[in-house]
Design a binder for this molecule. Structure first.
Ligand code: URA
Length: 254
C-alpha cells in the first residue's frame, strides 16, 4: 500500500478536496489547469490510483442453521436476506419502505458497517446510496475498491423515522439478522463507520475520538473505526484523517 504524497493528493482529490495537500502544506496554490496536468501525469504514469493488492479469494462462509438444530438445512446470505425482508420484530417495520439488508461481495474480506438506512436507502433498499454513500464510493475508489469488492451493511436494517439514532430495542431485535449475516460473511476485517455504529457494535459509550486509532474485536474479527462519510461531508477538514484510517486498515488487510 503506497503512502506517497502522490497517493495522498490523489485520494484527497478523489474524495473532493481540490487542493493537493502538499501544496497546502507548502503554502502554494495551483491553478485548475496545473492540477489537471498533475492528474494527467499521474494517470499516464499509472499512479492515479496506486493499487492495493486485490482482495484475496473468499473464505468459505460459515453455515448457519435455520432453526438452530443440527439437522436443519444451511442458509445462504441470499436466503437470510429474503427472510429478513418481511421482518416485523420491531416498530420500524411500520414506517419503513424497504428492509435494507446489505450490498456487495458475500465473500468479501472487508465489511463496512454504518448506522442505519436513511431516506434514500429506505426507498432503494440498498445501504449508502445517498450523498454519504456517494462519498463512501469515492473513498473506496481512491483505494481501488468498490461496492462489489467489499460488503456494506448497517447495524439495523430499517430506517428510523427522521433519521434519529436507533433505539436499544431496535438494535436488539435486529441483532438476530446482524449476527447471522456476519456469521455467513466471515470477514477478515470490519470497519465501523461513525460513532453510532462503533458504539453499537462494540457495546461501549466511548466517544468516536477514543475508539479511532486502535484495533477492537468483534467475536474474533479485528475491527477498525473511522469517521462516517456523512460527518466528512459536514467536516471536510477531517478527510485527511479518514485517509490515514483507510491506509492503516488496508495495510493490515494486505
Ligand atoms: N448512513 C448510514 O449509516 N447508513 C446508510 O446506509 C446510509 C447513511
Amino acid at each position: 500500500m503506497p503512502e506517497s504524497s502522490d497517493f495522498l493528493e490523489t485520494y484527497l482529490r478523489e474524495i473532493g478536496v481540490q487542493t493537493p495537500i502538499s501544496l497546502v502544506v507548502s503554502g502554494e496554490e495551483m491553478s485548475g489547469s496545473e492540477q489537471l496536468a498533475l492528474a494527467d501525469q499521474a494517470e499516464t504514469a499509472g499512479a492515479a490510483f496506486p493499487h492495493a493488492e486485490p482482495i484475496p479469494a473468499a473464505m468459505p462462509a460459515a453455515p448457519v442453521s435455520s432453526s438452530g438444530s443440527e439437522s436443519a438445512p444451511f442458509k445462504t446470505l441470499h436466503e437470510l436476506s429474503r427472510e429478513a425482508s418481511d421482518c416485523s420484530l420491531c416498530g420500524l417495520a411500520d414506517t419503513r419502505s424497504n428492509v435494507v439488508f446489505g450490498v456487495g461481495n458475500p465473500q468479501a474480506d472487508l465489511v463496512f458497517i454504518g448506522e442505519a438506512p436513511g431516506r434514500d436507502e429506505d426507498i432503494r433498499g440498498e445501504p449508502f446510496v445517498g450523498r454519504a454513500g456517494q462519498l463512501l464510493d469515492r473513498m473506496l475508489h481512491a483505494i481501488d475498491l468498490d461496492r462489489k469488492s467489499v460488503y456494506i451493511m448497517n447495524t439495523i436494517k430499517c430506517r428510523p423515522p427522521n433519521n434519529r439514532d436507533p433505539k436499544p430495542d431496535e438494535v436488539q431485535a435486529c441483532n438476530l439478522w446482524f449476527e447471522q449475516q456476519l456469521n455467513l460473511l466471515q470477514p477478515k476485517m470490519i470497519c465501523l463507520l461513525g460513532r453510532v455504529a462503533a458504539q453499537t457494535v462494540l457495546e461501549t459509550d466511548e466517544p468516536l475520538g477514543a475508539l479511532r486509532g486502535r484495533w477492537h474485536d468483534y467475536r474474533g474479527i479485528p475491527v477498525w473505526v473511522t469517521y462516517h462519510p456523512a460527518y466528512l461531508l459536514r467536516s471536510p477538514q477531517q478527510k485527511r484523517k479518514s485517509w490515514q484510517d483507510l491506509v492503516t486498515l488496508l495495510n493490515r488487510l494486505n
